[in-house]
Design a protein around this ligand. Structure first.
Ligand code: ACO
Length: 438
């Protein structure tokens, strides 16, 4: 394979099949930042060969203007803005606008957007009944996956995804209703009455209200905790073409209903290698028990036969500190201080684990650093949010990313149904043998 770009000509890559005189010259594409990318669309037509990249480590599945990650440098940008600046200076609703629309809103646009999202926070009363169909011990991710999918039944017949206004309303509905669905999934599991959304509160406050308030008592907002929740939402809002977002895009590429596409994203997020990791981190810390057991646990992680992973460590793209993990660690300290928690054994354990891992050649040589999930669980636990809700919170935040990516997909004139190929390694053609002859 060779690459050329002479005298202002567009750069290309030429692939030559060894042992033959056949070759294909393919365009080399460049984004605004990031690595150059070989456009292989004509490869099969010209050489009759596929490319192989299980896990898509070197494959760009689409062109996107939403989020940029430089995994080696530990950089995350939403629409060009560094995550650190957005986490400090912005809030979730403004970030949601930015992700969806591409620019930061002016005051009037922001106000309008806030109103539109707020307007849609209630669920159709009929949706309440869906919750009753679940067992009380159902995992809330199973509930939100089912209920978000069920929204398709409420907004299907009148939804034309090719109409920009209808896409916009679907986006408002999803972003506005997901906290209500998530909070009700929790309330259902603990047998408390559902709290209806309060439109006088901001997004994070309203979510905390629906999770924690009860009709019998007045509810008081704690600004430090709602700010921490808002920051967690900002940090999780989008992360380019990760597993759940790619799932949403793949489902969306068929023209499927957006509520069904987001339900597919929720299902993909649930896995412990993805959004389920924050829950797995706390489980892991609980099982290790005390700091003296950390070295033994680390030995287990390093033993290939144990299949034990240090949850909250490692990332497909970040080969440096996950910038979100740094902010999360700071937020963790702020929240614990606000709550007057001086000694949190889980935090002590997490920090000791981080210290040991970052000095250990196994983790250093593989460039394994804490990811966003390493500290988020400790903050959420301190805020009184049960472990089973951690991934649900992630889904609440990521809904805006999924919706933005879905919208971008539908608006992309080059978008086609997603349909990967394969290396077939099964049986070659053979004739059917009746059961009596087998
Ligand atoms: N603990 C121990 N070893 C690890 C870990 C870990 N957490 N992560 C990766 N490794 C090792 C692998 O065993 C492999 O070692 P080898 O080269 O000796 O075979 C090497 O590091 C490379 O790892 P891969 O599995 O190839 O990395 P991949 O990019 O496929 O996986 C993933 C990334 C899934 C995130 C992985 O690091 C992991 O499972 N981490 C723990 C779960 C987790 O925290 N997930 C959250 C990710 S962030 C998010 O989704 C929000």
């Amino acid at each position: 394979m060779s690459s050329t770009a002479k005298g202002g000509a567009k750069p290309t890559v030429t692939i030559t099949l060894d042992g033959s005189n056949r070759s294909a010259t393919l365009p080399l594409l460049a984004g605004s930042i990031g690595p150059q990318t070989v456009d292989i669309r004509k490869l099969y037509g010209e050489l009759g060969i596929f490319t192989y990249d299980p896990g898509y480590g070197a494959t760009a599945s689409c062109e996107s203007k939403i989020t940029y990650i430089d995994g080696d440098a530990g950089i995350l940008l939403y629409r060009g803005y560094p995550i650190e600046q957005l986490a400090e200076k912005s809030d979730f609703i403004e970030v949601a606008y930015l992700l969806l629309e591409g620019e930061l809103p002016n005051a009037a646009q922001l106000e309008d957007f806030r109103k539109n999202v707020t307007y849609h926070t209630m669920l159709h009363e009929q949706i309440r009944r869906f919750f009753d169909g679940f067992r009380r011990d159902a995992h809330p991710m199973a509930i939100i996956c089912g209920v978000v999918g069920a929204l398709a039944a409420f907004y299907h017949d009148n939804l034309d995804i090719n109409d920009a206004r209808q896409r916009e309303v679907a986006a408002f509905r999803l972003i506005a209703k997901i906290p209500t669905i998530a909070a009700w999934a929790y309330k259902y599991s603990i047998g408390q009455p559902f709290m209806y959304p309060r439109n006088d509160l901001n997004y994070a406050e309203n979510f905390l209200y629906m999770l924690n308030a009860v009709p019998a008592e007045p509810w008081k907002n704690n600004p430090i905790l709602s700010r921490a929740m808002d920051r967690i939402l900002v940090l999780h809002a989008d992360h380019e073409q990760n597993a759940s977002t790619s799932t949403v895009r793949l489902a969306g590429s068929t023209g499927a209903n957006p509520f069904a596409c987001i339900a597919a994203g929720i299902a993909a997020l649930w896995g412990p290698s993805h959004g389920g990791a924050n829950e797995a981190v706390l489980k892991m810390l609980g099982e290790i028990g005390t700091p003296e057991n950390i070295p033994q646990f680390i030995r287990e992680v390093k033993d290939k036969n144990s299949h034990t992973k240090l949850m909250g460590f490692g990332h497909r793209v970040y080969k440096n500190f996950d910038p979100r993990a740094k902010i999360m660690k700071e937020t963790c300290h702020e929240v614990l201080a606000e709550l007057g928690i001086k000694d949190e054994p889980l935090l002590d354990m997490a920090m000791e684990m981080e210290r040991i891992a970052l000095e250990d050649d196994y983790f250093v040589s593989r460039k394994l650093y804490p990811n966003v999930d390493f500290y988020s669980g400790i903050i959420l636990k301190a805020m009184g949010i049960p472990t089973s809700m951690f991934t649900v919170l992630f889904a609440v935040a990521r809904t805006v990313g999924w919706v933005s990516q879905w919208k971008e997909l539908i608006e992309d004139p080059s978008q086609r149904i997603g349909r990967p190929r394969q290396i077939y390694s099964g049986a070659t053609r053979r004739d059917y043998v009746p059961v009596s002859g087998r």
